[in-house]
Design a protein around this ligand. Structure first.
Ligand SMILES: C[S@@+](CC[C@H](N)C(=O)[O-])C[C@H]1O[C@@H](n2cnc3c(N)ncnc32)[C@H](O)[C@@H]1O
Length: 229
């Protein structure tokens, strides 16, 4: 899978994607990050990439001709995403969709107050957000999204059951996990997990997931109930 990343801070990549599961996927070239410095496409002597906004107001806007040239330099196929707080909020479902598609993708990381809207229009760019808060740039958001996606690639996650069981897979949060010893500082592992009775363990885990989801995430609980009908 080839991922084009357009950024003013190429040194931020691979960052923490260089470790653990994602790091192995990059080392094995199951995923290739093609990181491009947007500033390389600036045309003036000052290498400027931003300008003042029409209509006035605070901050600067990334210039259309610089972004356009940067996109042209890498784009071959697949969707282009702009990391943006205005975008559709990224979710486990999106991570799964990207991992299953396994197509080339291009990501544009914004800085300053964002980018000239016409670039979004010209390239049919989709906007994607990490959540309802404002970062100073798209890079940290993209790293989180790529981490979530890369670990779901069929060739990357070792035990495919992990993805089926974990949080959000069925709109449920994951049940509590324990490892040895059975008793630690007076806190014991629930008896049922020591029973070896697979059906009882499955029921206990489901019940715990349901309790956690209902109390912590009423929004997910509503979706879960709707899917059960
Ligand atoms: C300071 S922000 C610009 C915020 C913009 N003026 C607004 O109010 O929507 C600079 C850049 O950070 C990135 N960014 C900020 N928050 C983000 C979020 N929640 N999800 C994804 N990217 C984000 C975007 O690429 C954005 O262009």
């Amino acid at each position: 899978m080839k991922i084009n990343i357009l950024t003013l801070y190429p040194e931020m990549f691979p960052g923490c994607l260089g470790y653990s599961l994602a790091g192995k996927a990059l080392a094995d070239r199951k995923v290739v990050l093609n990181v491009v410095n947007i500033r390389d496409f600036a045309t003036d002597n000052y290498k400027s990439v931003d300008d003042t906004p029409f209509g006035g107001g605070a901050g600067m806007v990334m210039k259309r001709e610089v972004l356009d040239a940067a996109i042209k330099s890498v784009y071959q196929t697949g969707p282009i995403y702009y990391l943006s707080p205005r975008g559709e909020v990224f979710s486990q479902e999106t991570a799964k969709k990207w991992a299953d598609t396994d197509s080339e993708m291009t990501f544009l990381c914004g800085r300053f107050e964002g980018i000239d809207e016409r670039v979004i229009q010209k390239w049919y760019i989709q906007e994607i957000s990490i959540g309802d808060f404002v970062l100073s740039g798209g890079e940290p958001a993209l790293i989180a999204m790529l981490d979530a996606m890369i670990r779901l690639l069929p060739s990357v996650m070792g035990n495919s059951d992990s993805a089926v069981e974990e949080s959000f897979a069925n709109n449920l949060l994951e049940y509590p996990q324990y490892t040895k010893p059975q008793n630690w500082e007076g806190i014991s592992v629930p008896e049922v997990l020591l029973s070896g009775h697979h059906e009882n363990i499955r029921k206990w885990r489901l019940e715990q997931s349901q309790i956690l989801t209902k109390t912590r995430r009423p929004d997910l609980w509503t979706k879960y109930l709707a899917n059960q009908q």
